[in-house]
Write a protein that binds this ligand. Structure first.
Ligand SMILES: [Zn+2]
Length: 194
């Protein structure tokens, strides 16, 4: 019964979030790349940034967490601690990734989406990915990202891409000025055109 209740809450939250998103992404809770990622999570070692299920921001022994930029990790931990007071737990879906891991994700995305152009809307190259530099984290579940979308700016934590509600980076100026406008997807980010 409790699980069923939880699923209803998750579905309702997802529906509420989905209604704010463009029609193309409103029909699903998890993106194809999320599914792809969890299917292949076991194929890559933790040393490359694969994150075991249930990993939190406080799991220092997981390289995907430990290799994050210290300022980003500090802000995330402060946010996660405050969110816990609201009964919300943050889990890390992906954090730091090795260039090899990023290259594999990109190869998988190209085969999934059929073209490099379409894959680029979801997965960056090893050279441009903020995950490879330790400057980005993907958070789950949906109630955690909903909490971050409401309170993240207080910690300098911002959603960067409209199509990635789970992807957060540190924008210290957001504490005073709020988060900058989002790019619709990574192809609009000047950092991705290198
Ligand atoms: Zn991400």
């Amino acid at each position: 019964m409790r699980l069923a209740g939880l699923l209803v809450v998750i579905a309702a939250t997802a529906a509420a979030l989905g209604s704010q998103l463009p029609a193309s992404s409103s029909s699903r809770v998890a993106s194809p790349i999320d599914v792809l990622r969890s299917e292949h999570r076991g194929a890559l070692g933790a040393a490359d940034g694969a994150v075991p299920d249930g990993t939190t921001l406080f799991d220092d022994e997981v390289p995907g967490v430990a290799n994050l930029d210290p300022a980003l990790l500090g802000a995330l931990r402060r946010a996660a601690t405050d969110a816990a007071d609201d009964g919300i737990e943050f889990f890390v879906d992906s954090g730091w990734r090795s260039p090899e891991y990023q290259r594999q994700l990109l190869r998988e995305a190209v085969s999934e989406y059929g073209s490099e152009e379409e894959a680029a809307r979801w997965v960056a190259t090893a050279k441009t990915s903020a995950h490879v530099s330790g400057d980005a984290v993907d958070i789950r579940p949906v109630d955690a990202t909903a909490w971050l979308s409401e309170h993240g700016a207080w910690y300098g934590l911002c959603q960067i891409y409209g199509n990635e509600s789970w992807h957060y980076e540190l924008r210290p100026e957001a504490i005073a000025h709020g988060c900058p406008p989002m790019y619709p997807d990574p192809t609009h980010d000047p950092r991705m055109r290198q």
